[in-house]
Design a protein around this ligand. Structure first.
Ligand code: NAD
Length: 440
């Protein structure tokens, strides 16, 4: 659905009106794959990441500088050397001089050590402080700037490239104020970063329209063969998605008692006898306050959004249909983090998706399979077009980008999780919400 206000605000007259009246000012976000430069790379004394990162960014063709007279496109600070609160001053010293000069749609990345992996309470305290800085910068800098904190476990220096490429590019346009954890280990380097999923088979549920269709197209763009799954009633739209991705369509109602077994049978009989990437995107809403909610509305939402992904995972894993290197990716929601009036059923199911990620991540580590989720905020789809005008406008504007996200924004985050380069990323829930004011 067209965001008429954003179009107006970006017109000649609109810019004047917005400025004079102090109205929300939604910038045009860049969504391209390029890593724009110059990237100003700094480090607090004793940091362990700036040198490996300089090397990998330069190898990727990025312009990395230590100081800049011109506008930087990105500010990257290695804060892993900070071991006590007095040293937090180096955050101010790095960001203060450049805070006003970052380019439009700039990128801010702070790299830290996970507090639980530090060697003293004072180091853990200081590293935990980084969250407040990055989230505030996301709210302060504006003009499409995103700001993230990336905690890299000791020994994870060789596993950060896919994350930096994603966060520095326009593909993370609607991801801001996030805390991302990269574990230890050396990640595979895709032969071609433009097609990192070459040779992989992906399953996307709920792929006939909206976010699911965008996920199918994005994974196909990145080289994957895609099986697009949706209910039989969505057959025509599903066939269109499958055709446009040169993939296969699978009509299946995931809530049917035999759905996991039928899906497993279909995958086992395929050329790969399994599937590398499983994206649980299918989801429904049936909104009512709990006082007015019929039990069937509760059951329907829990059944599609939570029980179906759980049952499918269990079936595919017990039949060894997700090989090492596999990826399971859930689609939660900011409603699952903050709760939402009229959505007790939906928020319960989406908080459950987060629980699924957190409980399964350690269990799957031994198999070489990762599990993560995105938590979208307000995304422009058929689902949100149905919202009453007032709520829709609030959803669009109450975030650091002053606009709704697009299905492609969610799809890009999923493609980053799916990349072979993201093997050390598991147990993460990353919001794609433009740093919505809803939720933590
Ligand atoms: P959508 O309604 O446009 O698409 C959902 C798809 O899932 C549909 O094609 C539908 O047929 C399919 N589906 C539903 N029940 C199914 C079942 N039993 N078996 C197989 N397929 C089934 O929704 P969307 O806006 O594209 O949302 C996609 C996902 O993103 C959902 O999980 C949703 O909860 C989540 N999400 C969306 C937003 C948003 O702003 N649109 C925000 C947060 C989370």
């Amino acid at each position: 659905m067209a965001d008429r206000y954003a179009n107006f605000a970006n017109s000649g007259l609109g810019r004047t009106v917005v400025k004079r009246l102090g109205l929300p000012d939604p910038p045009r976000l860049r969504r391209d794959a390029a890593i724009d430069g110059p990237i100003l790379l700094g480090a607090a004394p004793g940091g362990r990441l700036s040198e490996p990162i300089r090397k990998l960014l330069e190898a990727a063709g990025a312009e990395v500088v230590d100081t800049t007279e011109v506008r930087a496109a990105a500010l990257v600070l290695d804060a892993t050397g900070i071991t006590g609160s007095a040293e937090l001053r180096s955050l101010y010293d790095f960001f203060h001089p450049y805070a006003r000069s970052l380019k439009v749609s700039g990128r801010v990345i702070v790299l830290g050590t996970p507090p639980e992996a530090t060697s003293s309470p004072s180091e853990a305290t200081a590293q935990r402080s980084l969250e407040g800085l990055t989230r505030s910068i996301g709210k302060e800098f504006g003009r499409g700037t995103t700001a993230q904190l990336v905690y890299v476990a000791p020994g994870g220096e060789g596993a950060v490239e896919s994350t930096l490429r994603f966060l520095l590019s326009g593909r993370s346009a609607y991801v801001s104020g996030q805390v991302i954890r990269v574990g230890a280990g050396v990640a595979e380097v895709p032969a071609d970063w433009d097609r990192p999923l070459d040779g992989k088979l992906a399953l996307v549920t709920g792929a006939a329209r909206g976010i699911g269709a965008a996920i199918a197209r994005t994974l196909a763009r990145d080289g994957a063969d895609v099986i697009a799954l949706d209910v039989p009633a969505a057959g025509d739209a599903l066939a269109d998605v499958a055709n446009s991705t040169r993939g296969r369509a699978l009509q299946l109602d995931l809530t049917a008692a035999d759905a996991p077994a039928r899906l497993a049978g279909y995958l086992a009989a395929g050329p790969r006898a399994g599937v590398d990437i499983v994206v649980h995107n299918a989801g429904i809403t049936r909104d009512k306050t709990i006082a007015r909610m019929d039990p069937s509305l509760w059951d329907a939402v829990l059944g599609v959004n939570l029980t179906a992904p759980e049952r499918v995972n269990q079936e595919l894993l017990s039949r060894d249909l997700i090989p090492s290197g596999g990826r399971i990716i859930g689609v939660a929601s900011i409603a699952g983090i903050a709760g939402n009036r009229g959505q007790t059923n939906y928020a319960t199911s989406k908080a459950g998706v987060i629980g699924l990620v957190q409980s399964w991540a350690p269990l799957l580590a031994g198999r070489g399979v990762t599990i993560n989720a995105v938590a979208p905020g307000f995304i422009e789809t058929a689902m949100t077009a149905k919202m009453p005008l007032g709520l829709r406008e609030a959803g669009r504007r109450l975030n650091s980008m002053s606009q709704g996200g697009l299905p492609i924004d969610v799809a890009e985050a999923i493609a980053w999780f799916a990349s072979p380069g993201s093997s050390a990323i598991t147990g993460n829930v990353v919001r794609v919400c433009g740093q919505s004011l809803l939720g933590a």
